[in-house]
Design a protein around this ligand. Structure first.
Ligand code: NAD
Length: 445
């Protein structure tokens, strides 16, 4: 099948590559000329495990192409995916300017007679499929001619950065919102190779599909904020959140996943999607109380380690140097959007401290954002030289079993603030570290 993917970021590139992998002829389009040039020349523009191999194979087989020209990309395409940004607008609602801008352009390109399915893969509020349809018809200017020449389908994406290729190739479920039989058939055929093991393709109306994505992300964000509040309570009541987590996670109704406390959720999805759902609810005069609390808890959680750090150093952080491990909002990605590490860095700099950082993949993105405000090192251990304490912000696997003797000898003080609960309390006690984590007892020498 001939497919176009509009927007070649995290979702668009993975989507395009995976559809090419199952034999489709894919053209990805983006307005970012540098990005398109790099991709055309075989350079993958994001870090995502497993993506490069798949990408290069399909580029070589000429099943995936790149262009900056929307009309070239969609000319022969039967299905056009919109994988465009939907950032938060000033009032918290999802800003649809990219999606509707492209819809507007499509209205000028699509011709009567060549049937196309336009798919919203971006996370968009309820009612967007109708808005996209209206925008296309309006810009075409010949409403009667284009009626029936296209359908707009909602197909929200559930991939997780860090395991995006795996998630896309073997999705737990595929949600497709459409009332058009013709579009339904094409989408079924396209996704058939991805659900051979029997995972469901769930068909529904467009509006329910749009809401499904927000409901999923908001539920997961609520699970995280809930555990972060339990962690705070554990500290106040002298309980251990690790024990509580295990105790509740073995209940099938609760489940073991997403119960780890930490320094809050970040990334390009949870923060903006929870906010956008609250706004959608407000628009129809519904006060979504739980989600407002979820956002509030998360906001405070991002700088959760700071009071403990200040207390340890008697409120005197000026001139102190901190080593920070982990910048990405989660492991196995270079994405730093809304990363808790950035909030920690900001708080430390405001206190007059210096910060030396290391992340296996996200350093370049942080350099672009923060420049020489902080120091970048080549390895996790190089951050430690002359540092007063180590802070851990992302749970990369390589941070889980570090060389503690190197840490002890490089740091000025044997002090670790761990926002991801990577280490065992008894082991840290044995090693003689001052160790503060989340929802567990503070280990003193
Ligand atoms: P992204 O910022 O990585 O990529 C968006 C791309 O669109 C960029 O390359 C940008 O240059 C391009 N673009 C902007 N305007 C364009 C235009 N007019 N024509 C062509 N290209 C244009 O964003 P993303 O993380 O891939 O997210 C895309 C959508 O998918 C969002 O709605 C997001 O909420 C949703 N989503 C993201 C994830 C995720 O994990 N990143 C998961 C599920 C859903």
């Amino acid at each position: 099948m001939k497919i176009a993917v509009v927007g070649t970021g995290y979702v668009g590139l993975v989507t395009g590559t995976c559809f090419a992998e199952t034999g489709n002829d894919v053209t990805c389009v983006d307005i970012d000329v540098t990005k398109i040039n790099k991709l055309t020349n075989g350079e993958v523009t994001i870090y995502e495990p497993g993506l490069e191999k798949l990408f290069l194979r399909n580029l070589k087989e000429e099943r995936i192409h790149f262009t900056t020209d929307l009309s070239v990309a969609v000319k022969d395409a039967v299905i056009i995916f919109l994988a465009l940004p939907t950032p938060p607008g000033e009032d918290g609602s999802a800003d649809l300017k990219y999606v509707l801008g492209v819809a507007n352009d499509l209205g000028k390109i699509i011709k009567p007679g060549d049937y196309k399915v336009i798919v919203d893969k971006s996370t968009v509020p309820v009612g967007t499929a109708e808005k996209v349809k209206d925008a296309i018809l309006k810009s075409a200017g010949q409403v009667e001619d284009l009626e029936g020449a296209f359908d707009v389908v909602s197909n929200p994406e559930f991939l997780r950065e860090g395991v995006a290729v795996e998630d896309f190739m073997k999705p737990d479920r595929v949600v497709i919102g459409t009332n058009s039989e013709r579009a339904r058939k094409l989408m079924s055929d396209l996704y058939a190779p991805f659900v051979r093991q029997g995972n469901p393709v769930i068909f529904m109306d467009e509006r329910s599909a749009e809401l499904t994505k927000y409901a999923a992300n908001s539920f997961l964000a609520a699970k995280i904020s809930f555990m972060n509040e339990i962690a705070r309570l554990c500290e106040l009541l002298d309980a251990d959140v690790d024990m509580v987590r295990r105790g509740i996670g073995s209940d099938d109704r609760i489940g073991k996943r997403f119960l780890f406390p930490g320094i809050g959720y970040g990334g390009s999805c949870f923060p903006k999607d929870v906010q956008a759902l609250v706004k959608s609810a407000n628009d129809v005069k519904y006060d979504f109380k739980i989600l407002s609390a979820v956002m509030d808890v998360n906001e405070k959680q991002k700088t959760y380690l700071i009071p403990g750090i200040k207390k340890y150093f008697n409120n005197e952080l000026k001139g102190k140097k901190f080593a920070l491990w982990g910048l990405a909002f989660k492991p196995n990605t270079d994405d730093i959007r809304e990363a808790p590490a950035l909030y920690i860095i900001d708080a430390l700099i405001k206190e007059g401290a210096r910060v030396s950082v290391f992340d296996p993949e996200a350093m370049n993105n942080v350099k672009k954002l923060l420049g020489d405000k902080i120091e970048y090192t080549e390895s996790q251990y190089a951050t430690l030289t002359n540092a007063d304490a180590l802070i851990i912000a992302t749970e990369w696997n390589e941070f889980r079993t570090p060389d503690f003797s190197k840490i002890a000898t490089s740091l000025k003080n044997k002090v670790i603030f761990d926002g991801r609960n990577l280490f065992d309390l008894a082991a840290m006690r044995e090693l003689g570290f001052y160790y503060q984590s989340v929802g567990r007892a503070v280990v003193f020498k």
